[in-house]
Design a protein around this ligand. Structure first.
Ligand code: LCS
Length: 393
């Protein structure tokens, strides 16, 4: 089978199958921590890299490798590095490119801990950071310093749904020789391929759309080149940020239906966004599929679809929002996103609560902002649920 000739959904189902004894098993799992060598010389050849044999699961495992290869193919990258969580992926990128005296330029609205860990931990090790509104690429250029060693974006951003022009930022970064990493969690490779737009590294919380079933936590980094891959992979291995084979097996299963799940969820999200925008109790809605989104045109160029994430605020602000969230019946009041269930949450008191209010507001995360991850239920049921909950707001 030549993977090069296959479409997205065919690759999502088949890519990454290794050439080994269990190939005839459609969905094998190697739940093992270690691998026996044929003899001592074989062992030493595996360690030197002369032989491609597996050694130890923290270093590599066929079930994990299948997932790494599949996501790397879907992201059009050189290689994938699977990790125990999305935060392990974020930290592997930070640890690889940041260090004493180095400077990070990042978008000002990121998943809370992706920004928080820089401000609370990396600064202790001599890293400095500028969080800027990267939806205007000129702000990124203005923040670059001689010691800037990484530009880090999330687009669309969690939870503001702001869209950054990846190609424009990559062109600026590469003038200065700085690598660009894009957190592609909100789109997944089904809707956006940052490496094709000039990014050097793409990462995912696979806890979200890629797995999609709210049953595991997982992360992935895909490097565009062998050089970046060879820098990133040892950090994962030696920090012990590795994935477990069972986690990889479940994620590989979830990946198989990524395309059809997103097709359904974003079809639902479009109708939900239109419903919210027309509702008298809603003051604003941000969704890449609505022409009211400030980067609507950029989203249409850069993304293959608007996705399933919506942010909105009620005219009654936070208090009204809480009443609404307390009365949903079908949707779940829960963090996380990108799964088959519709989830609603309040970033200022939940996912982004560890950031200072100043940091939240600088990124546009207002106290009244509510985030909705639209699932694959029947859209009439989702809208009826939100409508009855809005009745309490
Ligand atoms: N990047 C983004 C954009 C995320 O939304 C998250 C988690 C992460 C990285 C970290 O991934 P994890 O370690 O959780 O797999 N976002 C969450 C959220 O919005 N609610 O709960 C988790």
């Amino acid at each position: 089978m030549h993977n090069e000739d296959l479409g997205f959904n065919s690759l999502a189902v088949h890519a990454g199958k290794g050439d080994d004894a269990m190939l005839s098993a459609v969905s094998p799992i190697y739940q093992t921590s270690t691998f026996a060598f044929d003899d001592a010389d074989h062992g030493s050849r595996c360690f030197s890299g002369e032989d491609k044999g597996y050694i130890y699961t923290r270093i590599g495992n066929p079930t994990i490798a299948e997932l790494e290869e599949a996501v790397a193919k879907l992201e059009h990258g050189y290689g994938g590095v699977a990790l125990s969580s999305g935060m392990a992926a974020v930290n592997t990128v930070y640890l690889t490119y940041l260090g004493q005296g180095k400077h990070l330029v990042a978008h000002n609205a990121l998943y809370g801990p992706s920004r928080g860990i820089v401000e609370s931990l990396y600064t202790r090790f001599g890293v400095t950071a500028s969080f800027v509104d990267a939806t205007d690429p000129a702000n990124v250029e203005a923040a670059i310093r001689p010691e800037t060693s990484l530009i880090y974006l999330e687009t669309p951003a969690n939870p503001t749904i702001g869209i950054t022009d990846i190609a424009a930022v990559a062109a600026i970064a590469h003038k200065y020789g700085i690598p660009v990493c894009v957190d592609n969690t909100f789109c997944s490779p089904y809707l956006q391929n940052p490496l094709d737009l000039g990014a050097d590294i793409v990462l995912h919380s696979m806890t979200k759309f890629i797995n999609g079933h709210a049953d595991i936590v997982a992360g992935m980094i895909v490097a565009k080149t062998k050089e970046h891959y060879n820098r990133l992979r040892p950090v994962m291995v030696n920090m012990g940020f590795n994935m477990d084979p069972h986690q990889a097996w479940l994620t590989r299963r979830g990946l198989k239906t990524l395309g059809i799940r997103i097709d359904r969820a974003q079809e639902n999200a479009m109708k939900v966004a239109q419903f919210l925008e027309a509702h008298p109790k809603v003051s604003w809605v941000l969704y890449p599929g609505l022409s009211s989104h400030p980067q609507y045109e950029l989203g249409r160029q850069q993304m293959r679809g608007p996705g399933a994430m919506i942010s909105f605020e009620l005219a009654g602000g936070l208090e009204a929002g809480k009443k609404m969230m307390n009365h949903v019946k079908l949707s779940l009041l829960a963090v996380s996103l990108g799964g088959i269930e519709t989830l609603i949450q309040h970033p200022a008191s939940m996912t982004h609560s560890k950031l200072s209010k100043e940091a939240r507001l600088s990124g546009g995360i207002t106290d009244g902002l509510i985030r909705l991850s639209v699932g694959i239920e029947d859209v009439d049921d989702i809208i009826a649920d939100l409508e009855q909950a809005l009745g309490y707001a």
